[in-house]
Design a protein around this ligand. Structure first.
Ligand code: NAD
Length: 349
């Protein structure tokens, strides 16, 4: 069963798909196809309600449009969510039903992995649709985008530290990282190699423990991560964690991490950070490495080429920081303007 969902958020298309046989309950949101097909991962999460899932997918898909735009990619923005616990409710039948749901959009939406889904899951989804990005190397894809995302965040962090403190090295700086999953752990490895200090947390203790064992990270509880006396706070879990109450508590003068939709209210919280002189690297700018990696599949994937393009995240961020300082406007406002201008100019031509 596929049902259209009406929204007032300017999305081109939002659909709900249900398959009682497999238990699939999913929403695909296509925010924009102005620059190209809407590419974005599928998140599987135990949302408390369909409304909560809808809110998440609307925000995530919008951010994908801006991420592709600001990164200079000819891609639109979309995202999908599956309501359910990936640890207990995922099955081949459910993934195949999701694949048929993706196929029903006839290429306007291209799926990929996100929180709660894996490269192996994509292979099952791909049995039902060809519109899947980031498939395994064995299937001719660019494989898991997370290492490239982590690399891009690392390059972005270096640019952020350079701008904030005119420092070329991360040595001796302390990073508080929230979330030790694919991206958080990948980033932690880069930072560790540069001699940075790590304080980490995860709601699944075994994930945090791995960073303690292999990288010498200090582990704190998820409730304590904001209180850490860190130079950089790096959100690498889920979004919406940055809001007025949190900003009051935060000790770090820089926020730069991989999670999507970090600010609960993009403009209001962005302004608050700006007023408090906390330098914020806009999420969809700094975490674009994964989508850059998948986009590179289109002209024959070459990792080195994707890596060079991902490294340019540092230039884009520096431009945003400089403009923010010059115009005395928050970094999310500057990033949004750059992203929207490209989409609007393409619409006109
Ligand atoms: P993941 O599922 O591998 O990791 C997320 C980790 O965060 C998990 O270990 C989870 O237990 C932990 N977590 C969840 N809530 C938490 C909380 N409140 N406090 C502490 N830890 C918590 O996912 P990922 O691929 O690493 O993605 C992380 C974030 O980066 C997501 O917001 C995702 O949308 C975003 N992102 C990922 C990619 C990518 O290539 N994987 C690309 C762009 C953006």
């Amino acid at each position: 069963m596929i049902q259209k969902i009406e929204t007032e958020t300017g999305h081109e298309e939002v659909v709900y798909g249900e398959d009682p046989a497999s238990g699939l309950k999913s929403i695909i949101a296509i925010h924009s196809t102005v620059l190209g097909p809407a590419l974005g991962g599928v998140r599987m999460w135990p949302y408390a309600s369909k409304e909560e899932a809808l809110r998440d997918v609307l925000r995530l898909s919008r951010a994908m449009s801006y991420k592709a735009s600001v990164s200079g990619l000819d891609l639109g923005g979309g995202k999908a969510v599956i309501i359910g616990d990936p640890r207990s409710e995922k099955s081949p039948g459910l993934l195949k039903a999701f694949g048929r749901f993706v196929a029903s959009r006839e290429g306007r939406y291209i799926t990929a992995k996100d929180v709660g889904t894996t490269t192996d899951d994509l292979e099952i989804i791909a049995q039902e649709t060809k519109f899947v990005g980031g498939r395994s190397y064995a299937s001719g894809g660019s494989d898991d985008p997370s290492p490239m995302t982590a690399y891009g965040i690392y390059e972005g962090i270096k640019a952020t530290v350079r701008f904030k403190w005119q420092k070329e090295s991360l040595k001796g700086l302390t990073f508080a990282i929230q979330g030790m999953g694919h991206v958080g752990y990948g980033l932690a490895k880069h930072l560790h190699q540069e001699g940075a200090g790590l304080v980490v947390c995860d709601i699944h203790p075994e994930n945090a423990k791995r960073a303690e064992t292999t990288l010498g990270a200090t582990v704190v509880s998820p409730e304590k991560i904001l209180d850490v006396e860190a130079d950089v706070f790096s959100p690498c879990a889920l979004g919406g964690g940055i809001h007025a109450g949190m900003i009051e508590r935060l000790k770090a003068p820089v926020i730069a991490g991989g999670a999507n939709n970090q600010l609960l209210d993009e403009m209001r919280d962005g302004d608050l950070l700006h007023d408090k002189n906390i330098l914020y690297a806009p999420d969809y700018v700094i975490n674009a490495g994964g989508i850059i990696n998948i986009f590179a599949e289109l002209d024959g994937y070459q990792e080195e080429k994707a890596r060079r393009k991902t490294a340019k995240i540092a230039e884009t961020l520096t431009k945003i920081f400089e403009e923010s300082r010059r115009e005395n406007r928050s970094t999310p406002r500057i990033a949004l303007k750059i992203a929207e201008d490209r989409i609007n100019n393409t619409k006109k031509n």
